[in-house]
Design a protein around this ligand. Sequence first.
Ligand code: ADP
Ligand code: MG
Length: 361
Amino acid sequence: MAQISLDKLAHSYVAKPQTDADFALKQIDYVWQDGGAYALLGPSGCGKTTLLNIISGLLTPSKGHIRFDDDDVTLRSPEQRNIAQVFQFPVIYDTMTVEQNLAFPLVNRGVARSEIDRRVADMLDTLDLKDKARQRARGLSADEKQKISLGRGLVRYDVNAILFDEPLTVIDPHMKWQLRTKLKQLHEQFGHTMIYVTHDQTEALTFADKVVVMYEGEVVQIGTPEELFDEPAHTFVGYFIGSPGMNVLPCEVDKNIVHMAGAKFTLNKGYADLVGKLEIGIRPEFIDVKSAAEANGAGVAIQVTAVENIGRHKIVRGTVNGYAIDVLTDEDQSIPSDAYAVFNTSRFNVYQNSHLVRAHS
Ligand code: ADP
Ligand code: MG
């Protein structure tokens, strides 16, 4: 196994890239710790597969280097890098049995028969495919085939890393949860570096210790699920993670005074002089809905436009001084007719041109 370093890596599918926009992957420098469980999260088209294929060796980057420990592997193939990759759609041999498919990567590497048998039996068990072991893959359903694909990546134990590119897309929802849990267990058991690509925040946050969030070819934040929730580095992260996502409202900031949605807030922290586009990010979890009497001068009147019950919570959607906001309340919270949105100002994040600004004091 190895630590994987990306050094000034960038990629363009255009032969002679001219501008930033020509790059599917803008410059990234990052070290993936040996044995880490990572998720690569972002909307479709943001460059996740491009980055993953560069790490595995399917794609040669137009700029920069990739190292496994001290070895420069930029020009090496996936086989030479000893990486297992599981794709979105099944890559299996239709004419082989399930068992033979799972054994294949091990047979190829000259692993002893007894070890192969043991590992294949384990994997059949893990994937709940024991009763299909002797069947040819051809006749199986799409999600069974994809499970074999996963298994072919996971049976290998000598790999530097296992990469997953949205591997559960074709798997049914119940099995999805089960397989994700299993992946996490396998990670704990064998300690392989795993990089898991997904556009689904739940998948990313439940699988990974560290989530790498991408947006338009750029890594906008790398952090634990808590860090992404508490202090999104970019308004996109705040909006993309959480449901509903973080509210983002234009504001003016003068040291510890914030003007937002026609109201004035005094913070217990101050900011240096800020220029450019300024916004407050505040998560729906950190806003309360109260009656005018309860609010007692705090907060801003909210025109409620919709209330959605989502189990133990309600999402209250509305506007404050014309700006749309979402509020998350307990399910038994009543919504008064003279509702005020009361903000937990200690949870305000200030953004300058979409990037988080740290307070001075
Ligand atoms: P993701 O996996 O996050 O959906 P991709 O890495 O597949 O994103 O794509 C990133 C960008 O690169 C997209 O704009 C996509 O259209 C473009 N792209 C991906 N593969 C190719 C390719 N083989 N040739 C040209 N452009 C590509
Ligand atoms: Mg992709």
